[in-house]
Design a protein around this ligand. Structure first.
Ligand code: GUN
Length: 282
């Protein structure tokens, strides 16, 4: 069997087209367009690329993009003051603090400071709570993108056995929670999990988000499974995922490529969340 490739670029484009049309409608009716403020602290090259891509996506959709590029030496007090100012600004709908932050800054207290109504990343404890309780709120972008990709295979999620590799706050935990709400049976694995290969082999769906290049090999994948690769690893100037794509695609039923799978969906869902925050403020 050769897997069907899940085209995250095409799906993300379709979603962004919908957002663009909706924004154009608001602007035609005389309202200002949505605005997203992105804060980047320091000069991590990968983060710089992500922030640039977010800005480009905003421009294409008619979202006003406000960039705050801060020196790595910025104090926590200054950063919190900037977030406070953006929280109060009625012309800002979404606030995103690019992670990771330089070591000396306390990530949790900074994310706590973002107004939950403008928290387009869905990282504020209030939004995390709403996700767990399955009530209305802003959901983290990468997990929301993964669920969208899975739904669009048309395979149906109810009752599916899902194995999530990785337990991060950004991907693993929220993805597991969202798929639980889709009535999947979810197992979360991590670096201390015993018998990993046997657990993976039980998965109808395998989500690899552990940050290890080509960790998931063909012998870990059930015939016909849906494999979602969240990894972005830089190897000798090339980007590869957490899945050994060339071999796993011969076993899986569906697979996401890297690049062109989950990555574009994260940006697509960020645009969806920015529009949602804009609409909620009205
Ligand atoms: N760094 C890696 N992924 C993300 C993300 O989804 N949002 C933010 N803010 N930073 C990240």
């Amino acid at each position: 069997m050769t897997a069907e490739i899940i085209d995250g670029r095409a799906i993300s484009k379709e979603i962004r087209e919908g957002v663009k049309e909706e924004i154009a409608g608001f602007v035609r009716s005389g309202l200002r367009p949505p605005a997203l403020a992105v804060i980047l602290v320091g000069s991590d090259p990968a983060s710089q690329v992500y922030v640039r891509n977010k800005k480009k996506a905003c421009h294409k959709l008619g979202i006003t993009s406000i960039e705050h590029l801060l020196d790595a030496a910025v104090s926590e007090k200054e950063l919190l003051a900037l977030i406070g100012k953006l929280n109060k600004d009625p012309n800002v709908d979404g606030i995103l603090v690019q992670l990771p932050l330089p070591g000396k800054l306390h990530e949790a207290s900074i994310l706590d400071h973002v107004d939950p109504r403008k928290d387009v990343d869905g990282f504020h404890p209030i939004n995390v709570g709403r996700l767990v309780a399955n009530t209305e709120g802003l959901r983290p972008c990468t997990p929301a993108g993964i669920v969208e990709l899975l739904k669009r295979t048309g395979e149906g999620l109810v009752g599916k056995k899902v194995i999530v590799l990785g337990r991060s706050n950004i991907v693993g935990k929220p993805t597991a929670t969202m798929l639980l709400h889709e009535s999947c049976t979810v197992t979360v694995c991590h670096s201390k999990t015993r018998g990993l290969k046997d657990i993976c082999l039980r998965g109808d769906i395998l989500v690899a988000a552990l940050g290890q290049p080509r960790f998931v090999t063909a012998d870990m994948v059930k015939e016909g499974a849906i494999v979602v690769d969240v990894g972005i690893n830089r190897r000798e100037e090339r980007i590869c995922g957490d899945v050994d794509f060339d071999n796993v695609k011969e076993v899986a039923g569906y697979i996401t490529p890297v690049p062109g799978g989950v990555g574009p969906m994260t940006i697509g869902m960020l645009m969806v969340n920015t529009l949602k925050a804009y609409k909620m403020a009205r």
